[in-house]
Design a protein around this ligand. Structure first.
Ligand SMILES: [Zn+2]
Length: 363
């Protein structure tokens, strides 16, 4: 990997300080993690010199591993689009990943649009002639529908409207699934799946949660999506989707005491046309000898539904709009999307320096 240094006259990253240099490789601007951390009120130190770096403050703990495509953010693995680097003993991270994978999680009040969640669209994966994964006599489509039914009941108890892309063993085309959520004005879209692996069946286990890949980056899992890295409708809500995926993944891992397979990125057909925060949960591995038994049990799916509800509530807590102080005098329409007016959307959020240096975050 060829690495070279460029001097930048003015370089705004997460704060208004000007670092001495940045690096450019992988086609990306890289910045020293230590500089970024200090500018954002985090203390930075090597855990393993030259290899593993930690940035901490009162509420956040971020661990970066050199050459890794993941960052550990308060105990949850979050996929990066470009690997962490070490240049002459200085750990570097792509500015792209600070913008697209770190800041929305650390500073949701600044980077995530506020909105009230009223209607949630659940998408039980597969159905009808599409069985999904098959392990012995177990079909994925059966367990995604069972989980969706449990989750629907729990979300309704929590006060949400819930719609499903299918309620029976029927085949629904992939584009029709987000299309239904769009037509019905859903505020969130949650697709439910279970995983399988041909290799390492005894070792590979645990949930993983996907959200849309940022524009210009490759997906964590790019099956069948081709080389088009351009914008999709879902990219409009990519920060919100990332925060939702993170909160749900964290809740799944903590509440199920499960192995963390991370927050990942993909341009899945059911995600890319969604016009609301949209995620896809792979709830665990049907090929794992122990996890599969849990997936096939009603009690465990109930626990999993509870964990997903907790994740959604944690996301809602971080994204609630501030209460109105005075009734608006103008002809403001309340909100099909719960008050997502342009007034609450930061106009230049990717280039605006933060207003303070304390992580407000969702931890
Ligand atoms: Zn599936």
């Amino acid at each position: 990997m060829k690495l070279f240094t460029v001097t930048l006259g003015i370089w705004w990253f997460a704060s208004s300080i000007i670092p001495a240099y940045a690096a450019f490789f992988n086609g990306q601007n890289y910045v020293p993690i230590g500089d970024w951390a200090r500018a954002n009120g985090l203390h930075c130190a090597w855990l393993k010199h030259g290899d593993e770096l930690v940035a901490t403050n009162r509420t956040a703990r971020l661990v970066f591993d050199v050459d890794s495509h993941y960052a550990d953010i308060n105990g949850v693995q979050v996929a990066l689009s470009f690997p962490v680097a070490n240049q002459k003993g200085v750990a570097l991270v792509a500015q792209f990943d600070l913008d697209a994978a770190i800041r929305p999680l650390l500073f949701p009040s600044r980077y995530v649009k506020p909105a009230v969640i009223r209607t949630i669209c659940l998408d039980p994966g597969h159905g009808g002639r599409d069985t999904g994964n098959r392990v012995g006599w177990h079909y994925e489509k059966v367990y995604t529908l069972a989980l969706a039914g449990e989750l629907r009941d729990q979300l309704r108890k929590a006060g949400f409207n819930v719609i499903l892309t299918r309620t029976r063993d029927t085949y629904v085309e992939l584009p029709d699934r987000p299309a239904l959520a769009n037509q019905r004005g859903a505020d969130l879209f949650v697709s439910l799946h279970f995983n399988a692996t041909p290799a390492g069946k005894d070792e590979v286990e645990g949930p993983q949660t996907y959200c849309i890949t940022p524009v210009g980056a490759s997906s964590t899992d790019a099956q069948g999506e081709g080389s088009n890295h351009g914008p999709t409708p879902a990219n409009r809500d990519e920060d919100e989707s990332l925060l939702l995926a993170y909160q749900i993944q964290k809740s799944l891992v903590q509440n199920l005491d499960a192995n963390d397979r991370g927050v990942r990125r993909a341009r899945f057909a059911v995600l890319r046309d969604a016009r609301m925060p949209a995620i896809l949960i792979e709830g665990g591995y049907m090929t794992h000898p122990y996890e599969s038994r849990k997936i096939y049990s009603t009690a465990y799916r109930r626990q999993m539904a509870q964990a997903i509800v907790k994740g959604i509530l944690a996301y809602q807590k971080l994204t609630l709009p501030p209460p109105p102080v005075v009734p608006p005098a103008t002809n403001h329409h309340p909100a099909k999307r719960g008050g997502k007016s342009s007034a609450t959307h930061p106009p230049e959020k990717r280039s605006s320096p933060p207003r303070n240096s304390t992580a407000d975050a969702g931890f």
